[in-house]
Ligand binder design. Structure first.
Ligand code: HEC
Length: 135
């Protein structure tokens, strides 16, 4: 076989191997970490408490309470715990307090918020949000 043809075939094989490895690498590896158990539990509590009636996550849900996708980044663990276990009167309402959670329920939901806060949402939700002026 012609030397140049051999070289060409070798280069093709090498690029095929590199390309295959890149596809494999992009779909596997330790970058795809499993969802932590406490975050899963927190998601269940979030569903049972029907937080989405008033809040959106990734844009889905009710609109009266604002989007919670990146709320962990805004308040952190302690701020959220304080808010959820000592809920304030909802602004605009005279008496109605925000949903009250026990310490355990709050811990679960906070683990869920911590997890979804790590998901790259390419800047979702857009800022400023109408609820930014609330606190
Ligand atoms: C009846 C409607 C309603 C439900 C149900 C509800 N919220 Fe809210 N939530 C609100 C409103 C309205 C606000 C905005 C705060 C205000 O008006 O004072 C808010 C604020 C918040 C905030 C602070 C957000 C911020 O940016 O200041 C968090 C965190 C939060 N809610 C979490 C939850 C969680 C977790 C649940 C479920 C356990 C839940 N909410 C259920 C209406 C609701």
């Amino acid at each position: 076989m012609d030397f140049r043809l051999k070289g060409f075939l070798a280069a093709m094989l090498a690029s095929l191997a590199v390309f295959s490895w890149l596809i494999y690498y992009s779909t596997t590896g330790d970058r795809l970490k499993p969802i932590p158990a406490d975050a899963k539990q927190g998601k269940r509590i979030f569903q049972q408490k029907a937080c989405v009636e008033c809040h959106t996550v990734f844009g889905n849900g009710g609109y009266s309470g604002g989007d919670l996708t990146k709320i962990y980044g805004k308040f952190g663990s302690e701020g959220l715990k304080d808010y959820l276990t000592h809920p304030p009167v909802i602004s605009g309402a005279k008496q109605r307090r925000h949903e009250h959670l026990t310490k355990e329920e709050a811990d679960g939901i906070i683990a869920y918020f911590d997890f979804i806060n790590l998901i790259n949402t390419i800047e979702w939700p857009p800022r400023p949000m109408p609820d930014d002026k609330i606190r």
